[in-house]
Design a protein around this ligand. Structure first.
Ligand code: HSE
Length: 306
């Protein structure tokens, strides 16, 4: 197809996207943090009308391998935004982000797909800015926090403005690292969102607003304030019954002075810390069985093109 050759690049595009943790305690649907563990995607435009999808790693046996794969759907949305429609796409995905654990696997697929679409169109950078990518990704994901961190990297504050997803990046103190404690069983974000109440008390809302503001300062300048700044009253306790072991671990760690939160919609437990390797080993031991521990650096870059 002639238009295909003129519009689309013929090369293979490769994108990596970091794992992300949302909420960070008080910033429900607002804070995001990118961590250095990356899903990798490679895609090429095909002249034939086929969607050839191959997935290796996390979720490989569960995800759709056709036009309905989330990376393909996101690519098609990206092409549509740029006024293009490819006939077919070949996609290879190497997934390391565990699915349904609150570590942003869907945000990774969405941002990966949008970034691939941009990389495969001549002049794509002018047709889709990072801000537009965040807005498109928010439409696909339904909330902006994970996708913001997957696009911008580091720690992000995301919000909706007239329904449009927007975000800014804030600095993260160089000593802050994360420990993810990942349970064997997952929980869908949709189910976890259904557990939230329509109304919350004024005092709980006020507490979260103050802690979220403090968390910006704790993340950038005062890691010693992370414990108090990660206190949440708006979502974690309401979801506790669906992730009892994780919730109990968060409570136990916090009582011991460790800044533990539920990562995103859970059930992964995320600890923000400045601890030594020996102290991290002690935390992993203290968590007990049932969790896979991953010690992760903050990823100061979001998605990257290879
Ligand atoms: N802010 C979202 C939630 C994150 O807690 O439902 C989902 O990963």
């Amino acid at each position: 197809m002639t238009t295909n050759r003129l519009t689309f690049k013929s090369n293979l595009a490769q994108i990596s996207v970091p794992v992300t943790s949302a909420n960070l305690g008080p910033g429900f649907d607002t804070f995001g943090l990118a961590l250095e563990l990356r899903d990798r995607y490679a895609a090429q435009i095909l002249d034939e009308a086929i969607f050839d999808v191959d997935v290796t790693g996390e979720g490989a046996d569960e995800v759709k391998k056709d036009k309905n794969h989330l990376v393909i759907r996101s690519m098609l949305r990206g092409f549509e935004h740029m006024g293009q429609k490819p006939r077919g796409i070949a996609l290879r995905a190497l997934n390391v982000t565990p699915h349904s654990r609150g570590l942003g696997s869907s945000a990774s697929a969405i941002v990966g797909g949008l970034a691939l679409s941009r990389a495969l169109v001549h002049g794509g950078e002018a047709l889709m800015s990072d801000d537009e990518m965040i807005s498109l990704a928010t439409q696909l994901e339904g909330h902006p926090d994970n996708v913001a961190a997957a696009v911008l990297g580091g720690a992000t504050i995301a919000w909706l403005e007239n329904g449009v997803g927007k975000a800014v990046k804030i600095s993260v103190h160089e000593k802050i690292k994360a420990l993810a404690l990942i349970p064997a069983a997952g929980l869908s974000t949709a189910k976890a969102r259904k557990l939230l109440p329509e109304m919350v008390s004024h005092s709980d809302a006020a507490s979260n607003a103050g802690k979220a503001a403090l968390l910006v300062h704790a993340l950038s300048h005062r890691p010693d304030l992370l414990l108090v700044a990660t206190e949440d009253r708006l979502h974690q306790k309401y979801r506790g019954s669906a992730m009892a072991k994780s919730f109990e671990l968060v409570e136990r760690f916090r009582a011991a002075g460790v800044a533990a939160v539920i990562s995103g919609a859970g059930p992964t437990v995320l600890v923000l810390h400045t601890s030594s390797d020996t102290e991290i080993e002690e935390m992993v031991k203290a968590a007990g069985g049932g969790f896979v521990a991953k010690s992760l650096e903050v990823s100061h870059e979001g998605y990257q093109q290879a």
